[in-house]
Design a protein around this ligand. Structure first.
Ligand code: NAP
Length: 268
């Protein structure tokens, strides 16, 4: 099942269902809005119940609010259970929730790094597993994992974040290949700088740069859904980001990590 052509695969009486994590803000909110407009019923996941309920009230399709802190094992287990629910099977899982820490690793609070790994990596792996088995069994479904351009090179002063996203990109590519041809598509989305609450939450006030480098979440989500519909393994929104990813993939890590260190040491 891919986003945007919901009724081709299900009865006309029921709408397809998408679960979006991190739906209370930024890219996740736009995913929820676009998918609802495409005819999906939604399951919205994030910690802030009030924001999720406000969004749910604005969406044109049926919406379930599942307030959960995905770094908490019990909360995560509730969301996994929802992903496995065969009575209300998911057609699309969007693993979007994520955050960054920034600064010299030795000086950062270790609990924050731990939470970052649990959200960006562990929750994404567990939710993907919970949803994927049923999708493969039904021979239809999709998973969109939101990674980052930061996944293409080591990230000094952003080390754990870049490493979590390198995991997400590698993991998603691998799973894409495993389920290819089984009616299920896994797409990894690698945005560059995007105007959301992300930089503020990471206290990256210096993460600025020329305006043309920044995208609104709308085009990021539009590109992601279009690429997912085409059954692409990877979606990089914006030509400048695609060029950056190509350079980072070909240059030696000794160069890219120095460039990243130069940029990030000024962003904090
Ligand atoms: P955002 O505006 O800060 O939104 C992050 C979302 O994640 C919020 O809905 C937040 O909701 C949720 N979240 C955070 N911690 C959570 C937790 N413990 N449990 C459940 N939900 C949690 O950031 P964004 O830019 O939209 O980020 C979305 C994704 O894009 C992330 O994976 C990020 O790494 C990636 N990305 C962003 C950029 C960028 O420049 N913005 C660039 C590349 C990649 P609550 O606070 O309500 O829990």
């Amino acid at each position: 099942m891919t986003a945007g052509r919901p009724t081709a695969y299900r009865s006309l009486m029921t709408r397809p269902i998408a679960l979006v994590t991190g739906a209370s803000a930024g890219i996740g909110t736009v995913f929820a809005q676009r998918l609802a407009n495409d005819g999906y019923d939604l399951v919205l996941v994030a910690r802030d119940r009030e924001r999720l309920e406000k969004l749910a009230a604005e969406l044109p399709t049926e919406t379930e609010v599942l307030a959960a802190d995905l770094t908490d094992a019990a909360d995560l287990a509730r969301v996994e259970e929802r992903c496995r629910d065969e009575a209300r099977p998911l057609d699309l899982l969007v693993n979007n929730a994520g955050f960054a820490t920034a600064g010299a690793f030795a000086e950062l609070d270790l609990d924050g790094e731990d939470r970052e790994i649990r959200l960006n990596v562990l929750a994404l792996v567990r939710l993907t597993h919970a949803a994927l088995r049923g999708m493969v069994g039904r021979g239809r479904g999709g998973v969109i994992n939101v990674s980052s351009l930061a996944s293409y090179q080591p990230g000094p002063y952003n080390a754990t974040y870049a490493a979590t996203k390198a995991f997400v990109t590698s993991f998603s590519h691998a799973i894409h290949e495993e389920v290819r041809g089984k009616g299920v598509t896994v797409t990894v989305v690698c945005p560059g700088p995007t105007r959301t609450e992300f930089a503020e939450r990471a206290e990256l006030q210096g993460m600025t740069g020329p305006d043309f480098l920044w995208q609104d979440p709308g085009p990021v989500v539009e590109t992601a859904l279009r690429d997912h519909r085409r059954r692409a393994a990877v979606s990089i929104p914006g030509i400048h980001n695609r060029v950056a990813a190509a350079f980072s993939s070909t240059l030696p890590a000794g160069i890219t990590r120095k460039l990243a260190a130069f940029v990030m040491s000024r962003a904090k």
